[in-house]
Write a protein that binds this ligand. Structure first.
Ligand SMILES: *Cc1c(COP(=O)(O)O)cnc(C)c1O
Length: 396
């Protein structure tokens, strides 16, 4: 297929997939850091950002980190995940949570996602724990590998929450820790409860492509005071004396800087507005695309508030007339950025040693999904252009 000569003129600037929206107090707060000299890993904005993220989620404690990946690494450590433990991770997610499991020497045990909302499938979690593991001496072990199952990491992908209640019940039954990866879903709700307040500990990211950004950064939130304290200790090089350099553990430099936190605070002030904008994009996309043969729009469970962080459709190649990858190329030829979902992690060479159930749903989503421009600042005209190209389809 060639897209060299579209009949409609090609726009000059690119419609990006997702770019930060910077229109508030970012300049003012960052300038305050520069004016006062509080630019590094200590400062009032770090504390303020922690307090405000905790309040947003409804959690008691928050600890800022250098990234969402760092937050996951520390959350696994404070939750007591150890070398050679196994941790349940969904097959379809950005790779960070699986990598973080390997950082502590544990192994991800992949679980397929559900076909309706594309999240870690609670039925498959329960089936695995009940049927493929054995409970003995207060521990759950994988019958095949013999390893201890220690934690579950539900990842709320794309802005939709995981169906948490059955996962929490199973975790309680087998004494497992639940570590939420809420990096893509700040502001989403599950049965009127905020993502980030549904497990034992949760992680967020403020990377440039997330709903709000601090340039880079992350956050751990929890109700557990001693875990929060331990997390703060480990992220600040595990320093046991403020004066003498005494360290009783191997720590990390995973701190967020005051400049980054200043940006985060400014961004968080606009979270509600950003969520509203993303949801408006989603309504417009859904209305225009739900009737296109071969295109399926994302669903929102009755028990969910979906933030539509990254609006993602599925393309049936036979009915639509071309594959997801061909649609991505077509959009690109019109200067519109789009992209597929992640390769299921058990298929990626980096994690080939890890184990998992058959990943039929994840594979199908990987083949069919196309994420569309979803920036907060996307205009109605730009949205209309994206919709126009998809409606025209490969015949154009
Ligand atoms: C972005 C992301 C992360 C990692 O966040 P960083 O701040 O980029 O380290 C972790 N998990 C998921 C699902 C993500 O999308």
């Amino acid at each position: 297929m060639s897209y060299d000569q579209p009949d409609t003129p090609v726009r000059e600037t690119i419609i990006p997939l997702s770019v930060p929206e910077i229109r508030g107090n970012e300049w003012k707060y960052i300038k305050e850091c520069l004016d006062t000299g509080w630019v590094s890993s200590v400062g009032s904005f770090v504390e303020r950002f922690e307090v405000e993220v905790a309040a947003t989620v409804g959690a008691r404690y928050a600890v800022a980190t250098a990234s969402g990946t760092a937050a996951l690494h520390i959350a696994l450590l404070v939750a007591g995940v150890e070398e050679d433990d196994e941790v349940l991770v969904p097959a379809l997610t950005f790779i960070a949570p699986a990598n973080a499991v390997r950082y502590v020497g544990a192994w991800p045990r992949f679980v397929d996602v559900d076909p309706d909302y594309w999240q870690m499938d609670p039925e498959k979690v329960v089936t695995f724990l009940d049927q493929e593991c054995r409970w003995a001496n207060g521990e759950l072990r994988n019958k095949t590998t013999g390893r201890r199952i220690k934690a579950i990491v539900p990842v709320h992908i794309l802005g939709h929450p995981v169906d948490m209640d059955p996962i929490r019940d199973a975790a309680r039954k087998y004494n497992l820790v639940t570590i939420e990866d809420g990096t893509e879903s700040l502001g989403a709700k599950y049965k009127d409860r905020m993502v980030g307040h549904l497990g034992d500990i949760a992680c967020f990211s403020f990377n440039g492509n997330k709903i709000i950004t601090s340039g880079g950064g992350g956050m751990i939130v929890t109700e557990n005071a001693s875990w929060a304290e331990r997390a703060r200790y480990l992220t600040t090089q595990a320093r046991d004396s403020a004066v003498e350099y005494i360290h009783n553990s191997i720590g990390f430099n995973y701190r967020l800087t005051n400049i980054q936190a200043a940006m985060g605070v400014a961004q968080l002030e606009r979270l509600d507005e950003y969520l509203e904008r993303k949801q408006r994009h989603a309504r417009a996309y859904a209305q225009a695309l739900c009737e296109v043969p071969g295109v399926a729009v994302p669903r929102e469970a009755a028990w969910a508030v979906h933030t539509f962080w990254l609006y993602t459709i599925l393309v049936d190649p036979y009915e639509y007339g071309c594959s997801s990858r061909e649609l991505i190329a077509l959009l690109k030829s019109r200067h519109i950025e789009s992209r597929p979902l992640w390769m299921p992690i058990p298929m990626t060479p980096a994690h080939r040693q890890s184990d998992g159930t058959p990943m039929d749903v994840s594979r199908r989503l990987y083949e069919r999904a196309v994420s569309l421009p979803s920036s907060v600042g996307l205009t109605a005209e730009e949205r209309g252009e994206v919709i126009g190209v998809i409606r025209e389809g490969p015949s154009a």
